[in-house]
Design a binder for this molecule. Structure first.
Ligand code: MFK
Length: 549
């Protein structure tokens, strides 16, 4: 046999992640880092095991069986091994419980676990995120009955008592525009609310519970009259109650995730709060799942880069290892700098969330969290798709071959930009939050930068000035403002990430590590300004075509 290439190896994701180590060492008290270390090591062990298992086991997908052999409707979904293992591994390592442990650091402690576990989970982190979001929204509602019923299950530390929750919003007329929800809530003769309708993308249909938006019978159109309901999906015998699963989706990626189309036909439902303004009531859930989305996008990037860097030390071309080719090294370094910036923004949001939830935030932190959550979500999603695409190219043709496990990373990453609000929807959400002005953002960026002049400070301040100038120019014209939203969102995300990298460079200097400063210089050198085109000429460019022949 001729030459056989060595496969890339996955180094232990916790022991080998200097970016995570530095973040924890500088943002979480040392005794708390020591306390969670066994969980982080355990989740890293699981990730290595799962990667090696993936290499020697054929990939499987969930299978829906609607009817049993005797003609009974059962709607059973057979799950993949990682999904079967999800409840045990996540309750054992307190993934969700850690996030609700009542301290300002709880969310960073949770998301460090999520970051290490996510890729190995085969997107079991999707329903886990929704369960976390449901716990957060129910807690915020103050509904004592639901808090006592659902939270001990959602946040359980034992697989036997753990419940997953879904988030049922999307319907055929409305993905982003949930005001078009058609599902109706009707009271039965006994006064019990029941839901009737079709939910079109149900990611956690295997869950025991869900939060669902529905229109109380007789309520008017639009979003404001929608109500938020808590539902339990199965009866005491484990049979579906008032739910049929029509089919599982065929998707570009996330193949292990059994995304379902479902019909609700009289599903018992409990109002979470008042019977209107359900979007406002579900917003705490959206903000939590958007943070998960950001952290998971960063985790996917970390995996792709780790494999590409390892491979670059094992693959020879033109007489030397790939890593020794200057252009290959530059490509990897560019990816690393973008990833470090994305990591910093995602974990900064996680830290803010924990501080705000526990009343430990500064005066600007509420507004900052509201602004940075959509920014982190939308920007990390786009960076991850770009970086993972580049990582696949680092393997040449092997990056295009299914059983290397690499193409899956790219297909899966595409979902980060779609889930939980697309890039444009979240850019518009950012505009809502910017209507209060940029002062909190400017103060927080300033607080991250060391005093005194520096090229980094100059670049960051100039970019914020340019953004404010553009906002000033377009604010009076709603169409121009909306058309500029994506450029503003990318620019602000890059600018805050740059300020966070400046801070991380300072941590590195103290620890004698020059790599964070190198990442910071490289990231800023690639430019922070992504503001929109100066001219609004879309109408001309997109004018409807007459047939050209
Ligand atoms: C592995 C990682 C896993 C991650 C989890 C993956 C799960 C994937 C499953 C899904 O993707 S589920 C589908 C998720 N769907 C969305 O995220 C919907 C996207 N659309 C939006 O976000 C729209 O902007 C929105 C539905 C919110 C717009 O609705 P409306 O009808 O135009 O509502 P409006 O009037 O803008 O907002 C209603 C209220 O909610 C307002 O408050 P008030 O009533 O007090 O005025 C808003 O300020 C408030 N609000 C909206 N978004 C908010 C928010 N409040 C706080 N935070 C937010 N993000």
């Amino acid at each position: 046999m001729g030459f056989v290439q060595e496969a890339p190896r996955l180094a232990h994701p916790f022991h080998n992640d200097r970016v995570l180590h530095a973040w924890l060492a500088n943002t979480v008290p040392a005794e708390r880092v020591a306390a969670m270390r066994p969980d982080l090591v355990g989740l890293g062990d699981y990730a290595v095991m799962a990667w090696e298992r993936r290499g020697r086991t054929p990939r499987t997908e969930p299978v829906l069986t609607q009817w049993d052999a005797w003609g009974k409707r059962v709607d059973r979904i057979a799950l993949t091994p990682a999904w079967e293992e999800g409840p045990a591994i996540t309750t054992h390592h307190a993934v969700l419980a850690a996030g609700h442990a009542g301290s300002p650091w709880a969310r960073v402690e949770e998301f460090a676990r999520v970051y290490l576990y996510h890729v190995a989970s085969e997107f079991w982190c999707c329903p886990l995120a929704m369960t976390d979001g449901a716990a957060t929204a129910i807690h915020a509602s103050g509904n004592r009955t639901l808090i006592e019923r659902a939270l001990p299950r959602f946040l359980s530390r034992h697989p036997d008592t753990f419940w997953l929750s879904g988030q049922w919003m999307t319907e055929t007329p409305g993905g982003s525009d949930v005001g078009r929800t058609e599902t109706v809530a009707r009271q039965d003769a006994g006064g019990q609310w029941r839901l009737y309708g079709r939910k079109w993308f149900s990611s956690a249909v295997v869950g025991e519970a869900a939060l669902a938006l529905a229109r109380p019978e007789g309520a008017g159109p639009g979003a404001a009259p929608l109500a938020l309901f808590y539902v339990e999906t199965k009866d005491a015998d484990g049979a579906w109650q008032g739910i049929t699963i029509d089919r599982l989706k065929k998707k570009l990626g996330t193949h292990e995730l059994p995304t379902a189309e479902i019909h609700l036909d009289g599903l018992l439902a409990t109002p979470v709060g008042p019977l209107d303004h359900g979007v406002r009531q579900i917003a705490p859930m959206l903000n939590v799942t958007r943070t998960w989305n950001a952290v998971c996008a960063v985790a996917s990037m970390a995996r792709a880069i780790a494999l590409a860097r390892d491979y670059a030390t094992r693959r020879d071309a033109f007489g030397t290892r790939l890593i020794d080719h200057p252009l290959h090294a530059r490509t990897l370094a560019d990816m690393q700098a973008e990833y470090e910036a994305a990591f910093a923004l995602a974990f900064h949001v996680a830290g803010l969330l924990g501080h705000v939830e526990h009343g430990a935030g500064g005066p600007d932190d509420d507004a900052l969290l509201r602004l940075l959550t959509p920014l982190a979500k939308l920007w990390t999603a786009k960076v991850s798709i770009r970086v993972i695409s580049e990582a696949l190219e680092c393997f040449g043709g092997a990056g295009y071959i299914e059983d290397t496990g690499l193409p899956q990373l790219l297909r899966d990453a595409q979902v980060y930009a779609i889930w939980e609000g697309t890039t444009n929807v979240l850019s518009l959400d950012m505009l809502r939050t910017l209507s209060a002005g940029m002062a909190p953002l400017r103060r927080s960026v300033d607080a991250l930068l060391p005093a005194g002049d520096s090229p980094e400070r100059a670049a960051i301040v100039a970019t914020l000035d340019a953004t404010e100038a553009l906002l000033g120019d377009v604010v009076a014209d709603r169409a121009s403002l909306e058309a500029s939203a994506r450029g503003i969102a990318f620019t602000l995300a890059r600018t805050v990430a740059a300020a966070l990298l400046v801070r991380a460079a300072g941590w590195g200097e103290t620890a004698g590590d020059p790599r964070p400063a190198a990442a910071c210089r490289r990231f800023i050198a690639r430019g922070l300004d992504r503001l929109a085109l100066p001219a609004n000429d879309e109408d001309a460019l997109l004018a409807s075509d007459n047939p050209v022949e």
